[in-house]
Design a protein around this ligand. Structure first.
Ligand code: LRH
Ligand code: MN
Length: 436
């Protein structure tokens, strides 16, 4: 199923006049405040977010998974689904692959298909948190010669057994090779490595082994690649994680080299953590590599972006409107799991929330804010920030979208064209997408 620009423009007609009125009113209001709306619109058009290949089917929890019907059964269908989202939103121009869930059969063919959908490949993701069927039994040096199944059960890059660390490093090298064949320029390493009981792990030795392994992966990367080190405080282990927080990720990235950065997954913070301050701190030292956008109320819930804490998302983007020269443009990526909603609708809602937060941050008068801060005029600081946050900028997002050939109302058109039914008719009800 593909949606043509003509179909979208045809269906945009109904809402065109109402949009024109709302956009004109907003444009006049913003210009009165000296805001250059054309610049904001151009920045929104250029702002592309990568869709995770592992979130195009119904996600699950340990308590169950409810299939969605019409799920993509292979990488080709996943790329087509991201193509659908991109056609409607004009803001999902990239896909982030997870290996081995998305090993391309023929990279040439896959690149051509992605190009046809207007997509590029963002960060590759390795997986040393699940054992693979291919894992061979290993010698554990037991006197009786007993062998044990090679496993990441007790870790990967930090494992006490060198052969398992080597295996995990080799996997990351394979992921880099696949990424090179697809034109990707970065690798995200998230390690489940950790412990569930006090005493189980020697924290410092685990860091030593992890650093050695990360350095080997870093050395293998092409010189124009970036390594993103993703941190997480807990899960799947429930006492410690080797790379538990931004500080540990920053230390390891610093030890690896100038092309190693920290990756901020919004769900990987303990309750009430000030994430916007972490973002500012990483920018301060030029080590902010990118984001995994999602939202959460309690743990790593992987919910729709902006569905629980939209103000926090705005405050994070307020730290990002002026990325200092010594920090590369961060990688903008979604990492969510769709247990209840249609995955494609959920992703379109996440894209809208991300672009809205970005737009709201773009209209903040940073000069006035700095003046108020220097005067310690606390009330005025809040008035300036919340004034922007409380401005309904959706007509600006719509204008940016239709100027790029997208939909005024992406989910409206998605439903109007009964896309999910068409996907079910094409793929059936039982297809299960690889991923979480
Ligand atoms: C770990 C994580 C990581 C991915 C996985 C799908 O919680 O955020 O980024 O590899 O989710
Ligand atoms: Mn993540």
């Amino acid at each position: 199923m593909r949606i043509s620009t003509d179909q979208i423009q045809e269906l945009n007609h109904n809402g065109e006049s109402q949009h024109r009125r709302q956009f004109q009113f907003l444009q006049e209001e913003l210009q009165k405040k000296g805001i250059d709306t054309e610049t904001v619109i151009r920045k929104l058009q250029d702002f592309q977010v990568a869709v995770p290949s592992w979130a195009l089917g119904a996600g699950g929890t340990r308590f169950g998974r409810f299939s969605y019907g019409g799920e993509p059964a292979n990488l080709e269908e996943k790329i087509k689904d991201v193509g659908l989202i991109h056609a409607l939103t004009q803001s999902a121009g990239a896909i982030s692959l997870h290996i081995p869930w998305d090993i391309p059969g023929d990279p040439e063919v896959i690149m051509k298909l992605a190009a046809r959908e207007g997509l590029v490949f963002d960060a590759m993701n390795s997986n040393t948190f699940q054992d693979q069927p291919s894992f061979a039994p290993i010698n554990i040096g037991a006197p009786d010669g007993r062998q044990e199944q090679h496993s990441y059960k007790f870790g990967s890059l930090c494992h006490t057994d060198r052969s398992i660390r080597v295996n995990a490093v080799d996997h990351n090298k394979e992921v880099i090779d696949i990424g090179v064949s697809l034109g990707s320029k970065s690798l995200t390493v998230w390690l489940a490595d950790g412990s569930s009981f006090p005493g189980q792990l020697n924290f410092r030795k685990a860091l030593d082994r992890s650093l050695d392994s990360l350095r080997e992966i870093y050395a293998y990367m092409p010189s124009d690649w970036k390594l993103f080190i993703e941190y997480k405080p807990y899960e799947p282990y429930f006492y410690s994680t080797v790379i538990q927080d931004w500080g540990t990720s920053h230390l390891l990235a610093g030890e690896c080299g100038k092309n190693a950065y920290c990756l901020v997954d919004l769900g990987h913070h303990l309750p009430n953590t000030n994430i916007e301050q972490i973002v500012a701190t990483l920018l301060w030292r030029g080590k902010l590599g990118g984001f995994h956008f999602n939202d959460s109320k309690y743990g790593d819930d992987d919910l729709t972006v902006g569905s629980i804490k939209p103000y926090q998302l705005f405050l994070i983007f307020n730290e990002l409107v002026n990325v200092p020269g010594h920090n590369p443009t961060p990688a903008w990526m979604i990492d969510a799991s769709h247990n209840l909603k249609d995955p494609l609708e959920d992703l379109m809602q996440s894209l809208e929330a991300i672009r809205l937060a970005y737009a709201q941050a773009l209209i903040v008068d940073q000069g006035a804010l700095e003046t108020a801060r220097n005067a310690n005029d606390v009330s005025l600081c809040q008035e300036i920030l919340q004034g922007s946050y409380r401005t309904d900028l959706r007509p600006l997002l719509k204008e940016a979208r239709i100027r790029s050939g997208g939909a005024l109302d992406p989910i409206g058109i998605y439903r109007r064209l009964e896309v999910r039914d068409a996907l079910i008719a094409e793929r059936g009800l039982k297809t299960v997408a690889t991923g979480l």
